[in-house]
Design a protein around this ligand. Structure first.
Ligand code: BES
Ligand code: MN
Ligand code: ZN
Length: 495
């Protein structure tokens, strides 16, 4: 779908999308089209018992009299003063979903008569439409034509088309970052494994990101026994990828993003049950977000220094796999009793976090991981778990999440939870041995590898894959976290 911006004029064909305010009041553009079609739009609104102009409602009016277009889609806007950038994105998303489902080929949208600035409104409508129009179809070889998307172009009509185009350019780069993450999350594990994931990261070099790939030999030299132990049962070698983007002042410390990249999690010798195991192809979701946010920041030339570090491993059972009870030594020197090989993400992050703070001395370090099933029980699909050693950072991330509707909910950490991972045969153990507070225990484990840098951990196990889809994403990989971290960088590190 190609998105363009143009000055308002009545389209000669295709679908025309216009706004209606709460209570059924036509916006000026809808009013004009209504006048041109013998009052047909107003009558359609009045005749509908369902459509009231409430935000995100849709009413389709086919082949309106005296208008050259094939149909008019009326879009509920809610109250004129209630629209903000994010709500405009949702409207764009809802509209795109309608146009795609109806298999329209061409559409134009003009929304006016609300308080939001015209360029901002248009750019965010377009952004939402682009986000919602994502599709992962590279492995579909025999899709029926009537199932394939037909929408070729969406034209956003606004008096401020030049300003809208400019505002959209940056948002479009963020969308490309979100799409990069969704692509990675969708990929099956026979195609996406540590080596191929690392190769994909190399593509970021085109945008000026410096990409470095550490193989097993290098990691062994650094003493990354925790990460390497997880990958040791796999026929695929592990990797650590470092992505460095310098858009800020030369001397400024970077903000660091660290991701869990388990390209498939069978559980290892502590094998998972068969039902639903296919979901573990997206156990690299945290690493996917890190790659996507680096793509977004570099793409929109953010004025920040940012480093992304991802630990890439495949967790497999085999004759060479790590056993329950094995003791490994992390890069920090801490010894870990691996009582459950399925609690592997924390082992990968232990070395990735330590390496990141040690090498880059970041001013803040944020990790993302599909870390625990327990966070799905706690928060479901609509909040990521937030854990932090720093109240200010936790606040900043919460605010960023609210602004882009990628919500996070903070959970507590404390010494009492930390005691739960003290081990008998080593410094710490990788599970507590009871099911209680599973997500907190995992966060406490990570914190053992964090020194005094402001740090936050986002447990995204519940939000990485959407079973139903939402206004800004079809079902499947969501890219949750890219827009949040992009917003956090914009708010905290660029202004
Ligand atoms: N990757 C899983 C967590 C997960 C579960 C992510 C479901 C997405 C959907 C993680 O590696 C894991 O297996 N965690 C265990 C930890 C337990 C052994 C302490 C869990 O949550 O059951
Ligand atoms: Mn696991
Ligand atoms: Zn896992």
């Amino acid at each position: 779908m190609k998105i363009s911006f143009a000055a308002p004029s009545l389209p000669k064909s295709g679908t025309l999308c216009l706004g209606v305010l709460e209570g059924g009041t036509l916006t000026p553009a809808a009013e004009a089209a209504d006048d041109a079609s013998q009052g047909m739009l107003a009558r359609a609104v009045k005749g509908s018992g369902r459509f009231t102009g409430k935000a995100e409602q849709i009413l389709s009016v086919p082949a309106p009299a005296d208008l050259p277009v094939d149909r008019v889609v009326l879009l509920g806007l809610g109250a004129p003063d209630a629209l903000d950038a994010h709500k405009a994105q949702r409207l764009g998303g809802v509209l795109a979903a309608e146009l795609l489902a109806a298999r329209d080929a061409q559409a134009a949208v003009q929304i006016d008569g609300v308080d939001l600035d015209g360029a901002e409104l248009a750019a965010n409508l377009a952004y939402g439409a682009r986000l919602r129009s994502y599709r992962f179809d590279k492995y579909k070889t025999s899709e029926k034509p009537e199932k394939q998307p037909r929408l070729k172009g969406l034209k956003v009509l606004t008096k401020q088309s030049a300003a809208a185009k400019k505002a959209f350019a940056a948002l479009d780069q963020v969308a490309s970052g979100v799409f990069a993450t969704r692509d990675l999350v969708w990929e099956p594990a026979n195609e996406l494994y540590p080596q191929t994931f690392a190769e994909r990261c190399l593509e970021l070099a085109d945008l000026g990101v410096e990409v470095e790939i550490l193989d097993e030999k290098k990691m062994a030299k650094l003493g990354m026994g925790a990460l390497l132990g997880v990958g040791q049962g796999s026929a695929r070698d592990s990797r650590l990828v470092v992505m460095n983007y310098r858009g800020g002042k030369k001397s400024a410390a970077p903000v660091a993003f660290v991701g869990k990249g388990v390209t498939f999690d069978t559980g290892g010798i502590s094998l998972k049950p068969a039902a639903g195991m296919w979901d573990m192809k997206w156990d690299m979701g945290g690493a996917g977000v890190v790659a996507g946010v680096m793509r977004a920041l570099a793409g929109r030339k953010a004025k920040v220094n940012a480093v992304g570090v991802i630990g890439l491993v495949e967790n497999m059972p085999s004759g060479n796999a790590q056993r329950p009870g094995d003791i490994v030594k992390a890069m920090s020197g801490t010894t870990i009793e691996v009582l459950n090989t399925d609690a592997e993400g924390r082992l990968v992050l232990a070395d990735a976090l330590w390496y990141t703070q040690d090498r880059f001395k970041p001013k803040a370090m944020i990790d993302l991981a599909t870390l625990t099933g327990a966070i799905i029980i706690s928060l479901g699909e609509y909040n990521a778990g937030l854990f932090s050693n720093d109240d200010a950072l936790a606040e900043q991330l919460s605010a960023a999440g609210k602004a882009v509707d990628e919500q996070v909910w903070r959970l507590p950490m404390s010494d009492a939870y930390d005691r739960m991972i003290d081990a008998d045969g080593a410094d710490i153990k990788n599970i507590a041995g009871s099911r209680s507070a599973g997500s907190i225990v995992a966060a406490q484990f990570l914190q053992r590898f964090v020194n005094d840098v402001p740090w936050a951990h986002l447990d995204i196990a519940g939000v990485t894959w959407s079973s139903k889809g939402g206004p800004l994403a079809p079902k499947g990989g969501t890219g949750f976290g890219v827009r949040l971290l992009n917003q956090y960088v914009a708010e905290v590190h660029e202004s």
